[in-house]
Design a binder for this molecule. Sequence first.
Ligand SMILES: [Zn+2]
Length: 175
Amino acid sequence: MNYCSKCGSRVFSKIPEGDNRERKICENCSHIFYESSKIVVVCIPQWQDRILLCRRAIEPRKGHWCLPGGYLETGETLEEGAQREVYEETFATVENLKLFSKADLIHLNLIMFCFLGQMKDETFGTGEECLEVRLFEVPELQQMELAFNAHRLSMEAFSQSPESGNIHSFRIEED
Ligand SMILES: [Zn+2]
């Protein structure tokens, strides 16, 4: 970000008085832009003993399999965001969402919340951001290299113990 979203002037980095870290500050109107992490919501969609995954049609990690998910929008809960992302990417409807894991992606300023969700029925398709969508048996997943560390760690935890209960928590500093 180089220009102020309030007045259009240049912004520069400076530690404001009474603060302890650098912020972007507008040289004209002195507005301080505080930045915080974004939230990503993903889901482990279950249909009987199988899990629905997508193969990415977009970068990063184009061509790799991953859990359906994306950025939380304003005005929706974490669960609603996860349901929406599953639907956009796979046309599947998931219900009864339960928080399964949380990951702090320090290097990306992201926080990921991963839910278990039950597919309402076996209906699914291939959304715009996917090359392919399909159901996998859990043992098959253990052989797979999922696109992102946060997805990989969540699926490893799921393979070992598919119940939600203790929320798994991961600190991730690289992909
Ligand atoms: Zn300004």
